[in-house]
Design a protein around this ligand. Structure first.
Ligand SMILES: Cc1ncc(COP(=O)(O)O)c(C=O)c1O
Length: 373
């Protein structure tokens, strides 16, 4: 979202820190992704931003939803979204939550282990399961490699085991890593998924029906990114090439960041500027515990300081408001030389994984979210 004079005017109405969200941009993002391929099923990853207005807007556009926990299921049910439109995409689920999902008609569950399959067989008998493939994620800002997914042989074993447990071995999923810069990563994953489809059909008489491409599409920050249309074309061509023999195929995508990240801006205020022996420090009212968790591995947002856009810059350390040194946003960042108390900082394209990560650490409230009407 561009930071314009209109945004400055709207921002005057609220106490910082907060995120301003524009649902019109969300509709555009949804339509852009939906148009990259016929019959692409969009399951919005609710974890990126679960604001009810976002959920409602996407529901009205025709979206389905990838959910991670009972809390997200409850939220969606409370907004009138039926379980049939949800997929339980977390490979780490509590048994009670699986039972709750099943009671509420959720039909699809992701797995990457035998124990998870057994929990699903016991608590959601006869359900569709899809196994998550391990990806290298080496061209992304947020690799999801080690913790999730497993190798091709194990995915095959899991889907065979699923059948033995009375579940429906339904498909394969992967996630190339969040904010991925290389469109070929989707092709690489699709080729591996096709191999699994082939081996299961050829040797186990199991015909899978679904491929879940996960999320990972990037939004604009400080590095150039491939556009959603380019990634979409890569996906479409790869599916046409490697899945030509699969008669019935559902293609699912689970965007989080790329659906909502650029529909909003995080607005914060400078509370303090101080001089240490060597460095200049600026402290703001949002931080690692209050919306900017993704900066802990030096993830870079574009920052605009209201009224000082054209000013000469210097190097500062930027930190949050809590009594914890982990709450340092950037050790070194360029900010206007005259930056001082009361200045407003706008973190561009900061609507994904910001409000959701907000805590009440130090008794400080997390950033609120407001909708631009
Ligand atoms: C299972 C699953 N699907 C989708 C997403 C959304 O990914 P992204 O925000 O990179 O689009 C995530 C993110 O962690 C995920 O775990």
């Amino acid at each position: 979202m561009e930071v314009t004079n209109t945004i400055y005017e709207i921002a005057k109405n609220y106490e910082t820190p907060f995120v301003l969200l524009d649902p019109k941009l969300l509709e555009t993002n949804y339509k852009r992704l939906a148009s990259v391929m016929d019959n692409l099923e969009i399951y919005y990853a609710v974890k990126a931003n679960s604001h009810p207005e976002i959920i409602k807007t996407l529901f009205n556009q025709g979206s389905h939803f990838d959910i991670a926990s009972r809390g997200e299921i409850e939220l969606l049910l409370s907004l009138g979204i039926p379980g049939q439109l949800m997929s339980f995409g977390n490979t780490i689920k509590k048994e009670k939550d699986i039972a709750f999902a099943y009671e509420n008609k959720i039909e699809m569950y992701s797995v990457d282990s035998e124990m998870e399959l057994e929990k699903i067989a016991n608590n959601a008998p006869g359900s569709k399961v899809y196994a998550r493939l391990l990806m290298s994620s080496d061209d992304s800002d947020w690799p999801l490699s080690k913790k999730f997914g497993t190798d091709i042989d194990h995915v095959i074993q899991l889907l065979v085991h699923a059948k033995g447990l009375g579940l429906i071995p339904y498909g394969v999923s992967f996630h190339v890593g969040s904010q991925t810069y290389n469109k070929y990563k989707w092709k690489e994953a699709i080729v591996q998924a096709a191999e699994i489809f082939y081996q299961l059909k050829e040797y186990e008489n199991i015909e899978l029906e679904m491929i879940n491409l996960g999320g990972g599409m990037p939004i604009q920050h400080t590095r150039p990114i491939p556009q959603i249309e380019e990634i979409g074309l890569m996906i479409k061509e790869s599916i046409e090439e490697y899945f030509a023999d699969v008669k019935r195929l559902r293609v699912i995508v689970e965007p989080g960041r790329s659906m909502v990240g650029d529909i909003g801006v995080l607005v914060t205020e400078v509370i303090l500027r101080s001089r240490k022996q060597k460095d200049n420090w600026v402290y703001i009212d949002a931080g690692v515990f209050h919306g900017l968790l993704e900066t802990i591995e030096d993830f870079r947002y574009e920052i605009i300081v209201e009224g000082k856009e054209e000013e000469e810059t210097g190097i500062f350390s930027l930190a949050g408001p809590t009594c914890d040194s982990v709450d340092t946003i950037y050790d070194e960042v360029e900010l206007p030389v005259s930056i001082t108390m009361g200045d407003k900082l706008y973190f561009k394209n900061a609507a994904a994984y910001t409000v959701e990560y907000g805590t009440t650490f130090n008794g400080i409230k997390p950033p609120k979210a407001y909708i631009i009407q």
